[in-house]
Design a protein around this ligand. Structure first.
Ligand code: DQA
Length: 141
């Protein structure tokens, strides 16, 4: 079973971002997610881009059994990424490092949430690990 883990705009800068995001780097998250996927019998693919259209194309083209996506700020206004995700029938999880509901008002709205199976937010890098576990539980059903 394949899991595609997508990180969008500004997530390549983790480790150097504002304090809400802590010190964890994207490389550390990917390394831990890779290890967990291996233990759970999943094959991970990681895709990171600051460009909306590249993420749309990746979502369009993937044949993964599950997509885990942190779209960064695009979460709050990218109808293009939301439309691309809506067209995919695989299991889809939206993740955030921070609790977006507890931050600025503009972060409380996600245009992606209505087109995914579930949302995990607020647990730092553990949000990704919980999403991997959710994808495994779902794909093994
Ligand atoms: C984020 C939350 C977004 O509001 C923000 O723009 C990000 C990161 C998170 O993981 O907490 O870049 O998606």
């Amino acid at each position: 079973m394949k899991i595609l883990i997508i990180n969008g705009v500004n997530l390549n800068m983790l480790g150097k971002r504002s304090k809400e995001y802590g010190t964890v780097t994207l490389a550390e998250i990917e390394s831990e997610a890779k290890k967990l996927c291996g233990e759970l019998g999943m094959v991970p693919e990681f895709f990171t881009s600051n460009f909306e259209g590249e993420i749309v194309e990746k979502v369009q083209m993937t044949d993964a059994d599950a997509i885990i996506i942190n779209a960064g700020a695009h979460t709050h206004y990218s109808y293009a990424i939301a439309d691309a995700l809506k067209d995919k029938t695989c299991f889809k999880v939206e993740v955030h490092l921070t609790n977006v509901q507890a931050r600025e008002e503009f972060r409380a709205r996600s245009v992606i949430s209505p087109v995914v199976d579930g949302v995990i937010a607020g647990f730092g890098k553990e949000s990704y690990m919980l999403a991997v576990r959710a994808a495994v539980a779902h794909t093994k059903k």
